[in-house]
Design a protein around this ligand. Structure first.
Ligand code: AFP
Length: 325
């Protein structure tokens, strides 16, 4: 049996990264416990306030955020912490070598209906050691990430982790309260017959995305010549996990619903960590035309269209978008 601690000791060169991932895993175990208690732990329902994105916060969004913030701001390796739920990054230990970013509870509309939710995290180097970290220190492209992953609270609780050299998966052993390695060197097939997209936004998409989904819906009778299946978890963690397990393509594409938003998902603590995991498993992650990991961020809460998963399918979507330009 290889625990997460054993795996980090064997595969990571950095005690700082191990320290941060260790704290994230301990908080994930606490969040898991609260989720399993459900209504009995008074974690369901609205918190009664909005986050910086103007979204209603759920009680568990706030609780999960506070638990991660408390742990990571006290972590000596962390110079700063940024979260979906906080307007600005929070400075931690100026001597720290790392910055941590997270979405404490992805898919929070799933909490009250007993569906999967997750925690997403990204770890960046801190290049200004000795000084108090600010938002500007976080504005590094996804290629700079030193580690990234998620914890999926599903039928079992699973962590997917990359240290930039492949993807490993760990399952939470609720007897010993430890994450235990279940799979390494995860690899996504280049082709797929399964896609994930919220088709209720169809009328707001670009013609290239509409054409792509039209072709999938046409199945054997259309240009792609094969039938496709569709799945939508409404928590990106769940959809990305399915892709790491059995392949597929996921998109939250550009839409014109709100002209101020380039897409729904957040670059720095949703798209970037997922893009690193997907690439490390042999897949691709783009905004439809450009590699997600190459995007230079201009704000910690910036949004980005996302197309990720099976390499050939992501390339095909890119071709359709480029042909339409
Ligand atoms: P939250 O950030 O509110 O938890 O939303 C989850 C999410 O950002 C992403 O995880 C899902 O893929 C997507 O939203 C679901 O969005 P729809 O509401 O369009 O189904």
């Amino acid at each position: 049996m290889t625990t997460l601690t054993d795996y980090l000791a064997q595969h990571s060169q950095s005690a700082n990264i191990n320290h941060v991932i260790g704290d994230i895993s301990r908080v994930a175990i606490q969040i898991n416990h609260l989720l399993r208690q459900g209504a009995l732990a008074d974690i369901q329902g609205e918190a009664g306030n909005q986050n910086v994105q103007g979204e209603e916060q759920k009680k568990l969004d706030v609780i999960a955020n506070d638990l991660l913030m408390d742990a990571l701001t006290q972590n000596t390796a962390c110079a700063g912490v940024a979260s979906e739920e906080m307007d600005n990054a929070v400075a931690a230990n100026a001597g720290g070598a790392l910055l941590a970013l997270f979405d404490p509870l992805d898919g929070s509309s799933n909490i009250d209906i007993n569906m999967p939710v997750g925690t997403i995290f990204s770890i960046l180097p801190y290049n200004n050691q000795g000084h108090t970290a600010t938002d500007a220190d976080f504005l590094q492209a996804g290629t700079a990430q030193l580690a990234a992953g998620y914890v999926l609270y599903g039928t079992s609780t699973v962590m997917a982790l990359t240290l930039g050299n492949g993807v490993a998966m760990f399952s939470l052993d609720t007897q010993s309260n430890q994450f235990v390695l279940i799979q390494q060197n995860i690899s996504i097939d280049a082709d797929t017959k399964e896609y994930a997209v919220n088709a209720s936004n169809y009328r707001h998409w670009l013609p290239a995305m509409q054409r792509y989904v039209d072709e999938l819906v046409a199945g054997k009778t259309g240009a792609r010549g094969k039938d496709y299946n569709m799945r939508w978890v409404a928590a990106m963690v769940g959809d990305v996990h399915r892709i790491l397990c059995r392949g597929g393509v996921f998109s939250y594409p550009f839409d014109t619903k709100d002209p101020n938003k380039a897409g729904k998902l957040r670059l720095m603590y949703e798209a970037n960590p997922m893009a690193l995991l997907i690439e490390q498993a042999g897949g691709k992650a783009t905004d439809a035309t450009q590699r997600i990991l190459d995007i230079t961020p201009i704000s910690i809460h910036q949004r980005v269209p996302v197309v990720l998963g099976a390499k050939n399918e992501v390339d095909y979507i890119k071709q359709l978008h480029e042909a339409a330009q």
